[in-house]
Design a protein around this ligand. Sequence first.
Ligand SMILES: [Zn+2]
Length: 432
Amino acid sequence: MRTAFLAAAALAFASPAMAQLSGAEQVMVSTVEDNFESDVALLERLVAQNSGTHNHEGVRAVREMLVPEFEALGFTVELVDQSHAQRAGHLIARHAGAEGTTRMLLIGHMDTVFEPSSPFQEVYREGDRLIGPGVVDNKGGVVTMLAALRAMQAAGTLADANIVVVLTGDEEDVGNPLADARAELIAEGQWADVALGFESMAARDGVDMGVIARRSSNRWTLRTSGNTGHSSRIFSERSGYGAIYEMVRILDSFRRDLREDGLTYNVGLMAGGTPAVLSEDLLNATTTGKGNIVPDSAVARGDLRALTAEQTEAAFAAMQEIVDDHLPGTDAELTVELRYPSMAATDGNRALLDRLNAINADLGRPEMPVFPPSERGAADISFVAPYTDALAGMGPNGRDLHAEGESLDLATIVRQAQRAAILMSRLAAEDY
Ligand SMILES: [Zn+2]
């Protein structure tokens, strides 16, 4: 049974500019609308199965539910083991189409932040919203992807399309080492011409927005050392300034000297004393010290996010220069961990959004403006962005992601699946 709200929504989508769509595109628009209730039913089943990243059995159960969905569309499914990275594994589905046409990579994930220990497990519908753990992030994204592919199949545009789907099982807490955990995704990114990320759509004040960029996400560790001794000798040639003044000098210079647009760097943890020791998991530090002892060590951990690879590199180089300018009698070492690369706002990404906006115009919908990159965190699509043109935020929109009460705006599944189906069909018809 179709709800009243959808009938109204469908009406709002239809008419004025439908003439701008080809016959196949009109079939896709109506197929997505016709399949709406069965897509929501699939989404409810997926959300009802807990798949917290560390609930490997749960993630694999979700994967088992998705295998037949892709097989029914003519995809060949491969299950990628990730037990060596202490994770549940990935799903890769491949659809071979006509030779020489655009190679498309669709990205989503099967895990959620809600482990079985979370009190938030139930899925339920409230009017035009669906509430449940991972209902947007990212199960709603996966269902949107499937809805788009089903529409393409119905319209006959899937047959010739070259598509690879990668659904990771550890997006919310990536396995270790990271290079292993993302090896398959990166390989598919190197194959692809275009990558579409089905994480949640950005929207502001009811306006759907396009995501053409996301910042890098990196970590750093700073360790300083000094000569311990009686506090009365601090600043003397033999004692020097101690490890804590050196740490504070460096962090304060970071704050004053490195600021620029699109760049942020946070210090998340700091400890100093005689000694200060960072725990093996890098999440704790222990220290002891006294006011009358010059401290011999300090440690700090932080992150760094930037718009481009160049900005990331330049910021870390500037940090290193500050680190090397030691106070007397001290030393310091900066260790950098590059994790998620930037998805930079390239011309190629802008051109993809232009294509999506041409589709919006043909659908009689308003243009999707560019969402500010500095407000969008890193995601799996970041790993392939260096190799492909990419659009993120192709999934549905919702509220309270990663929080109890996460909820999905159901109508955005329809809008996003229609846009994605037409975009992929147009791309599949050409040599990109
Ligand atoms: Zn998430």
